[in-house]
Design a protein around this ligand. Structure first.
Ligand code: 13P
Ligand code: SF4
Length: 349
């Protein structure tokens, strides 16, 4: 991280946490370069591609880049995985991303560096509870965020990611379709405000984005009046209100490149800075504060589950072909319909 122009304001505990998470005893004797060489070799031998999310450690992103894999947001990860002729995909991210890859590519072996990488949105939206909720509104279509289990996707009419969510809700609203939205209440309220659609919202949130605090952000902006504020829509409405640009991870990277401002205050997981800085090398990137009044800073701008992916468990996974994703075939087939509708809808945009 030292090479990047990143200004840290409140998160002094962050690097320590990540060091602990990344210190697996298995391959500790190898240098980073040796590990990367080994991963390159293994990916080739196994006919595998590495697909990584922007929130993973920059070493993992780097290997994905240099081996012809993919580093992107959740929609692009899904699209890339489905378009690959390789026999195997290794998905570095959180569990729903591995499951989405399996839903779209059942013929491929899908592995993950760890199966313990969860997502608070997925965890807080069990299929049985959503079923009960949706049964109260049988006339509504169920639209779920990609950050959900295969079982939840199987119940849904549509799956969507943040990069195309506004467009999809606008489309459904024009057809006068009433909506059940799950699980992210913040993204749900943002969509509701943008489109005025008739939506019933599930009550879950992202533990990382909820940590960004509006009052502290406002103070930071006062000190950096020339900065643009970039916000992921999983953040609270108060934080979203302060944004110059609200968007998915890819859209925020693009905004950083395109906006004339020299400084960017970024309210999303700080591992995005690896790609953001590459896309806009001369810009100064500032972490949005997770401190200030009312702060508890459990996540400190980095997803604890994304942080579980590292070079060591990636090597272990490839050597032992472990941590395979399995999805019950009946659930997968149903989830394929709603997930593939998202891919098809994205093509129309
Ligand atoms: P993106 O689709 O914008 O990459 O978001 C995924 C995610 O989990 C954000 O917290
Ligand atoms: Fe889930 Fe939030 Fe982590 Fe994204 S950052 S994977 S929404 S917990």
């Amino acid at each position: 991280m030292n090479k990047l122009n990143i200004v840290k304001y409140y998160n002094d505990t962050f690097p320590k946490t990540i060091d602990i998470l990344n210190s697996s005893p298995v391959y500790d004797t190898k240098s980073k370069e040796d590990k990367i060489e080994l991963i390159k070799k293994l990916l080739k031998e196994k006919d595998a591609k590495l697909v990584a999310h922007y929130y993973t450690h920059e070493d993992v992103q780097e290997v994905a880049e240099i081996t012809g894999g993919n580093v992107s947001d959740s929609l692009e990860m899904a699209k890339f995985g489905a378009s690959q002729p390789s026999k195997m995909l290794v998905v570095a991210g959180v569990r729903f991303m591995g499951e989405t890859a399996k839903i779209l590519s059942p013929e491929k072996k899908i592995l993950m560096p760890t199966l313990d990488a969860e997502c608070s949105l997925d965890l807080n939206c069990p299929a049985a509870d959503l079923k009960e909720f949706s049964e109260q509104y049988p006339e509504r279509e169920i639209v779920v965020y990609a950050n959900t289990s295969a079982e939840v996707k199987a119940m849904a009419d549509w799956v969507v990611t943040s990069s195309i969510a506004v467009k999809l809700i606008e489309y459904l609203n024009k057809k006068n379709i009433k909506i059940i939205w799950a699980p992210d209440k913040h993204l749900g309220s943002y969509l509701n405000e943008k489109t005025n659609a008739d939506m019933k919202l599930w009550n879950a949130s992202c533990i990382v984005h909820e940590e960004f605090k509006a009052e502290a952000l406002l103070k930071l902006k006062e000190k950096n009046q020339d900065a643009a504020i970039l916000v992921h829509p999983e953040s609270s409405a108060e934080v979203v209100k302060l944004a110059d640009v609200v968007g998915s991870t890819s859209q925020l990277i693009k905004a950083c490149q395109d906006l004339p401002n020299q400084k960017m205050i970024v309210a999303t997981d700080n591992r995005i800075f690896y790609k953001m800085q590459k896309a806009a090398p001369n810009k100064i990137l500032i972490e949005a504060p997770t401190g200030g009044k009312g702060a508890t800073c459990i996540s400190c701008a980095h997803c604890p589950w994304m942080a579980m992916n590292n070079l060591d468990n990636l090597i272990d996974t490839l050597i032992n072909e472990k941590n395979e994703i399995h999805v019950d075939e009946e659930i997968r087939r149903k989830a394929f319909v709603s997930t593939n509708k998202m891919i098809d809808f994205a093509k129309t945009l």
